[in-house]
Design a binder for this molecule. Structure first.
Ligand SMILES: *[C@@H]1O[C@H](CO)[C@@H](O)[C@H](O)[C@H]1NC(C)=O
Ligand SMILES: *[C@@H]1O[C@H](CO)[C@@H](O)[C@H](O)[C@H]1NC(C)=O
Length: 438
């Protein structure tokens, strides 16, 4: 027996353990709140530690001949060295894996550099993309001229799994330096999203690390039935627009057990998204969990049935935020923020219906995205700023059915906290501190 065998199977056991613990997170009601949350978060950190160890132990160059049904990028000439462009090898390996319904393997221990690439379906069922090692973005920005929006794009693939415990590194430093948010003299141009899933159904993305994306790290666009779990997403707190997980036009998605610290939103959920659940999420640094922005450029937005349950936010500029531009239309409704712990968050609870990301201020407009049936329940912790709760709703389309129950936000340092509430109709049960004064 090869000496690698036991380690490989240890990895398999770990992966299936992660899988089964995920199953139990589904039964939210059976788990007892605060302690359970702490335990879970601790557990998720342990998972990452184990993941790395197991990952290091995987075979360095798992040639497909070793395991039937595996297609290694090295079989198609990938080398994984500095300055080596492995894009072609990945394309060829994908064509083979997709047409056979096989497991595409990116071997461990090495770093493969690739240029913008599209992995298209449809594929045979059970196609898997398994990253043990590291995939790193080609550094020269000229390589992205054809499509500045995407680095790795998966499109039109059903019943698909991406996993492996490895790392996807967007190598974003040059993009950040050239962002207009960092250097005001430069024009505002788009930078690529590191990994985009577009029109994928029955998708699982699990046990992966995402790092230093050029712009957003991971986007689900027009997908249906998605499970994203055990993800670790990291970028410096000052890297511009590096959202962790972005959900757009996607239905039935569960994001669970993930740790996200970046320079922008931890999770952002925008128009066309329905039945979105995020559970056991740890955020910070960054801008917190956000619904929106919605209604930009007088657009219509539709977001409904969003549940964020069990999250810890540390040192983020917002906690749970809903942001809409003036002049939009449509709705965001049936939203629940439950069991959330805030640590030194600047705007722990915020509805901002006057969102304006322009240099010049946005002018007053009549129409607005309607916000209704938003529940804030069991949200505790500390605020870095005085205004811990801010409901800044539209004058013409006030926020309706806002439920506040057991919300307690104390100041991080000395001083006090206040709530600022404009054009909002709320219903309060249980503790509510600080309360709206207006
Ligand atoms: C979270 O919130 C819901 C609704 O308030 C509650 O039923 C549940 O027990 C809470 N705790 C956990 C750990 O989900
Ligand atoms: C809290 O956050 C503020 C502002 O983000 C920061 O200046 C301060 O150092 C933080 N305090 C702690 C105790 O982390």
């Amino acid at each position: 027996m090869s000496p690698q065998r036991p380690i490989l199977s240890l990895f398999t056991v770990l992966v299936s353990l992660l899988g089964s613990s995920l199953g139990s997170y589904y039964q939210e009601n059976t788990i007892h709140q605060a302690n359970a949350h702490r335990r879970l978060m601790k557990a998720s950190h342990e998972h990452f530690a184990l993941m790395t160890r197991a990952d290091r132990a995987t075979p360095a160059s798992s040639r497909s001949s070793v395991v039937p049904g595996w297609v290694s990028v090295e079989d198609f000439g990938a080398e994984g060295g500095d300055g080596v462009d492995d894009t072609k090898a990945f394309e060829k390996a994908w064509n083979q894996a997709c047409s056979k319904g096989a497991v595409l393997v990116v071997p461990g221990k090495k770093t493969y550099h690739i240029k913008p690439i599209t992995f298209s379906g449809p594929c045979q069922p059970n196609t898997v993309f398994r990253v043990y090692g590291t995939i790193k973005a080609w550094p020269q920005r000229e390589a992205y001229e054809d499509d500045r929006k995407h680095w790795i794009l998966f499109e039109n693939i059903d019943n698909f799994i991406v996993d492996g415990g490895g790392t996807i590194n967007g190598n974003g430093r040059k993009w950040w330096q050239n962002s207009c948010k960092v250097n005001n003299n430069l024009p505002c141009k788009e930078a690529p999203t590191a990994v985009t899933f577009q029109e994928c159904n029955n998708l699982r993305v699990t046990n992966l690390r995402f790092k230093n994306a050029q712009q957003m790290h991971l986007t689900f666009e027009k997908c249906f039935n998605v499970r994203a779990s055990n993800l670790l997403v990291t970028a410096p707190g000052n890297s511009p627009n590096t959202d962790g997980i972005h959900v757009t036009g996607t239905q039935n998605i569960l994001i669970s057990n993930s740790v996200i610290g970046t320079g922008d939103d931890c999770i952002s959920i925008v128009s066309g998204s329905r039945n979105v659940r995020a559970t056991d999420i740890t955020c910070g640094p960054g801008h917190g969990i956000s619904i929106g922005s919605l209604g930009a450029d007088n657009s219509e937005a539709e977001v409904s049935n969003v549940v964020v349950n069990r999250a810890t936010l540390t040192g983020t500029s917002n906690g749970v935020r809903i942001k809409t531009w003036q002049g939009g239309s449509g709705y965001a409704k049936n939203i629940k923020f439950l069991n959330i712990s805030m640590r030194n968050v600047t705007n722990p609870i915020i509805i901002d219906q006057h969102y304006c990301d322009h240099e010049e201020s946005c002018k007053e407009q009549k129409s607005s995205v309607q916000l209704s049936n938003v529940v804030y329940q069991n949200i505790k912790g500390t605020s870095a700023s005085e205004v811990a709760i801010k409901f800044d709703c539209s004058r013409t389309v006030p926020c309706r059915e806002i439920y506040v129950q057991d919300v307690v936000l104390e100041p991080e340092g000395s001083g006090g906290t206040t709530a600022s509430c404009e054009n909002v109709r709320y219903i309060n049960r249980g503790r509510f501190f600080p309360q709206c004064t207006s």
